[in-house]
Design a protein around this ligand. Structure first.
Ligand SMILES: NC(=O)c1ccc[n+]([C@@H]2O[C@H](COP(=O)([O-])OP(=O)(O)OC[C@H]3O[C@@H](n4cnc5c(N)ncnc54)[C@H](OP(=O)(O)O)[C@@H]3O)[C@@H](O)[C@H]2O)c1
Length: 313
């Protein structure tokens, strides 16, 4: 089949490129990765032309407008890329019997719930970015009208890190420059490795030379466990020291502060915990849980491995 991946230069796009190098995904498939240089998602005609020319049976959209704070003043851009572009892809997939894998965010929720959010919980984004992703989700759901021959999965995830700019890299940089750090300790969520997420996405949607038949819908996709930004920063610093990195900061020189003490242009949800029960059940139904190498690896083990890997470079 033809597989088209949007967002090749992003964290998740690069992780998909790495995953899809495995021979069991390559065999019998023609895989194409596109970035902004080849297809600007601001331009619906460019997207449509590319889809009509390449005729993908599987579309994977890892691209997005992800500048959360900047989105507050660039809402047109955020909505064009996070709402309109996925809608164009969804209409193509729905009408051509193709499969679409798309990604969304914990920021569709307002964070007021106690406990983990399920896919049935009401969305109520606090930021322009969150709203643009939420409206994008809805546009996709509408495109896959009843009896549409296509299928789709929207994987909502949180706190992504991979090959690109992210919180973990920021903490490592600051830990080399400063002797103390203050980090928010009352916003909770789950750090998600782009590698882990791409692995889940590939297994869910690819069955050899054809798209896997799964139940269309929204799924929450994050690793096991939970933390807050302070907990994550402390682990990152400790893991870097264990891996032999020279830092100015020690774990005891990191102080917890409330989010109210660190104002940003875009408000973030205080609770970003996502329940993955629905995805677990679907993966079990498809017989994939035992095949997914890292499905049950908790977030902290994954972060430690990531920091160790960064320390080697
Ligand atoms: N990062 C997180 O913490 C996080 C959390 C929750 C959900 N998510 C979701 O997870 C997915 C992957 O995120 P990520 O961390 O991989 O994001 P990322 O590293 O910021 O990558 C996004 C990619 O989208 C591309 N893009 C943006 N505007 C474009 C345009 N007009 N035309 C073509 N390409 C464009 C960017 O291209 P350039 O490289 O050319 O700029 C970039 O390569 C997204 O759907 C995001 O909303 C992310």
């Amino acid at each position: 089949m033809n597989i088209l991946v949007f967002g090749k230069d992003g964290q998740l796009g690069k992780a998909f490129e790495q995953q899809l190098q495995h021979s069991f995904f390559q065999r019998g498939n023609t895989i194409r990765f596109v970035g902004r240089d080849e297809c600007d998602l601001m331009d619906a005609i460019q997207i449509t032309d590319l889809l009509n020319a390449f005729k993908p049976q599987l579309l994977i959209n890892t691209a997005a407008y992800t500048a959360v704070d900047q989105a507050e003043t660039e809402s047109d851009l955020a909505f064009a890329i996070n709402t309109k572009a996925p809608e164009v892809m969804a209409k193509y997939a729905a009408s051509h019997g193709a499969t679409l894998l798309h990604f969304s965010t914990d920021y569709v929720f307002d964070g007021s719930k106690r406990g983990s959010y399920t896919e049935l919980d009401r969305t109520n984004p606090l930021s322009v970015y969150g709203k643009s992703k939420e409206v994008g989700e809805r546009a996709m759901l509408n495109a896959f009208f009843d009896n549409s021959p296509g299928q789709f999965a929207i994987l909502r995830t949180s706190w992504v890190y991979g090959d690109g700019g992210n919180f973990i890299r920021t903490i490592l940089r600051l830990a080399k420059e400063r002797t103390s750090l203050q980090v928010i300790d009352d916003q909770y969520g789950v750090p998600t490795s782009a590698t882990w997420l791409a692995e889940v996405g590939c297994y869910l949607t690819i069955d050899g030379e054809k798209p896997r038949q799964f139940t269309s819908g929204i799924y929450h996709a994050v690793p096991l466990g939970e933390t807050n930004w302070y907990g994550l920063a402390s682990l990152v610093v400790q893991s870097a020291l264990d891996a032999g990195q020279q830092l100015q900061v020690s774990p005891t020189a990191i102080s917890p502060i409330p989010a109210s003490g660190y104002r940003l242009p875009a408000p973030r949800p205080m609770n970003s915990r996502l329940s993955t029960n629905k995805l677990q059940i679907e993966l079990e139904r498809l017989g994939l849980v035992s095949k997914l190498p890292h499905w049950n690896t908790p977030w902290d083990e994954q972060v430690t491995a990531y920091v160790k890997q960064l320390s080697k470079n």
